[in-house]
Design a protein around this ligand. Structure first.
Ligand SMILES: Cc1cc2nc3c(=O)[nH]c(=O)nc-3n(C[C@H](O)[C@H](O)[C@H](O)COP(=O)(O)OP(=O)(O)OC[C@H]3O[C@@H](n4cnc5c(N)ncnc54)[C@H](O)[C@@H]3O)c2cc1C
Length: 482
């Protein structure tokens, strides 16, 4: 169908804005990843009924439909060639005692403000801060620094309402789908999943033990199983006392080895940044520092100060308990990606490819070894930062533009290494265009075929965000805009 015809036809069916001018199509052809893919049309549903009509339209004419939140995803998972469904008009929030019911299009920044008035917050906190939406956070199974204490979205999702590929509204876990989904998943499947504290690769069937868990399948499903309309999410009390320690290390390895010991003290966050980031941080940092850890504790802070002094092999360079100053210091950590970009010269590029591996925390030194081997082999600069407490490091390889052809090789070798040490190729950002072709490598044929059955149950015509998670094409370099 021609684009004009598609736009006009859909406009007649829905009660909301539909755009297919070049400006809209170009705007939605990018997200925060290194990819670009121009959609045919963009639609802005105002309510559930609009979404149902959009999906029925997509189904009737076999047009791919991709949900979009804030577009802050880093792997191209919100990019699609057909209809982009921008969820921002679905924005209601309803507060409960220990949970919040929230529409998918609500931006985290807005939700945080509303919850703060009640002395509450949600656990997962991507470093992008206010700019991602609840739908996108569920879509990627987002986490962030404090997932060390509170887990990822999958651990905080109580209920989810979505429109499936048939244009039906379903609520999970309480629907007839719960039993059907459960029947697809072989028992003991969790045994073949990596033993890591967070994971956004494939469908998280390892977390589904009974009918009451079935909603968890949607966390990290990247819009491939349904369009999330709203969700019920756990909330927590804002802690009364917070302590932030900044610890400097002479080597990355020394810091990596320290993390397991620090984790025994049950911190709320242990975040690492390497010297590419450290040089932008405006506090006094000893020379020869190659890496620093941000270690945060809640509530028992006097005891924690003593404990961290006893346990760390690094040098504590700052101890802060003032909330305003702590927020400022976290700003340096949360700007790590921006600081990384400053390290690239004109002839270089930093694709968002191998940037989200997670391994068992004790194996962080092995992850660094893999990096060292790959960077030496291909002459790469590597920037390293991330959620060390979870064993989840964001690794940003910088390569010469002329070496673009090496990208798939580098990614494959890195992923084989990560899988070999019991890790997952993505801890929180998902598969998208960057990693979907490696999902089979991660889990093997048997698990992958269960993933296909799950997809087939929700979306047999492959309408919803096709090519993400289940993919029979190589997309790792195809739509790179570098
Ligand atoms: C600087 C920076 C720092 C970041 N830090 C972190 C971090 O610390 N931790 C972390 O986890 N992530 C991080 N991210 C990645 C990103 O912010 C998160 O993945 C975020 O959750 C994406 O939300 P979004 O609303 O922007 O989703 P989008 O990018 O719009 O979409 C992401 C995926 O979710 C799907 N989706 C969106 N809405 C719906 C819906 N209603 N129904 C079904 N599917 C939907 C999309 O189809 C897509 O597959 C960071 C990104 C940047 C740019």
């Amino acid at each position: 169908m021609k684009i004009d015809e598609m736009g006009e036809k859909l406009s007649k069916r829905v009660n909301c804005q539909v755009s297919w001018d070049d400006y809209a199509r170009n705007f939605y052809s990018v997200d925060s990843s290194s990819y670009t893919l121009k959609p045919s049309i963009v639609v802005f549903p105002k309510n559930e009924l609009d979404i149902i009509k959009i999906i029925k339209f997509a189904k009737k004419y076999h047009i791919p439909a991709t949900a979009r939140g804030g577009g802050t995803g880093l792997v191209g998972s919100a990019l699609g060639s057909g209809i982009i469904i921008d969820m921002k008009n679905l924005n209601k929030i309803s507060l409960g005692t220990n949970h919040v019911k929230v529409d998918a299009g609500v931006f985290k920044g807005h939700l945080d403000k509303i919850l703060k008035k009640q002395g509450k917050f949600i656990g997962p906190n991507p470093s992008i801060g206010p700019f991602c939406t609840v739908g996108g956070m569920i879509g990627t199974n987002a986490s962030g620094a404090r997932s060390l204490k509170y887990g990822s979205m999958i651990d905080n999702l109580i209920e989810v309402k979505l429109v499936n590929a048939f244009g039906n509204m379903i609520k999970l876990p309480n629907s007839q789908h719960a039993k059907q989904v459960l029947d697809i998943i072989p028992s003991n499947i969790e045994k073949v999943f990596p033993k890591v504290s967070k994971n956004s690769c494939g469908y998280r069937i390892d977390k589904i033990y009974s009918k009451t868990d079935v909603h968890k399948i949607i966390a990290g499903s990247e819009g491939t199983l349904g369009i999330i309309v709203s969700a019920k999410i756990r909330t927590y009390k804002i802690p009364k006392n917070i302590l932030l320690c900044i610890i400097s290390y002479k080597t990355l390895l020394e810091a990596a080895k320290d993390v397991s010991k620090i984790n025994e003290l049950k911190p709320s966050a242990v975040e690492l940044v390497d010297n590419n980031i450290v040089k932008h941080i405006k506090i006094k940092i000893p020379s020869q520092t190659e890496c620093i850890l941000f270690v945060e504790f809640y509530d028992n802070i006097k005891q924690n100060i003593k404990q961290i002094r006893d346990i760390t092999s690094g040098r504590i360079i700052k101890i802060e308990t003032n909330i305003k100053k702590i927020t400022e210091l976290w700003g340096f950590r949360n700007s790590a990606l921006v600081y990384s970009l400053k390290s690239i010269t004109k002839n270089e590029t930093m694709p968002t490819l191998i940037e989200d591996a997670v391994v068992p925390v004790k194996r962080l030194p092995l992850l660094l070894k893999i990096l060292d081997i790959i960077s030496k082999k291909y002459g790469l600069k590597m920037i390293v930062y991330g959620h060390a407490g979870n064993g989840n490091l964001h690794i940003r390889p910088i390569l010469k533009r002329r070496d673009r052809h090496l990208i798939k090789k580098i990614a494959s070798e890195f992923f084989i290494g990560v899988i070999g040490i019991g890790g997952s190729i993505t801890g929180e950002h998902g598969d998208g265009l960057a990693r979907s072709e490696f999902v089979k490598l991660q889990y093997g044929k048997q698990v992958y075929s269960v993933f296909k059955d799950i997809k087939n149950h929700f979306d047999p015509q492959n309408i919803l965000n096709p090519g993400k998670i289940i993919s029979n094409q190589s997309t790792v370099t195809k739509n790179l805009k570098i």
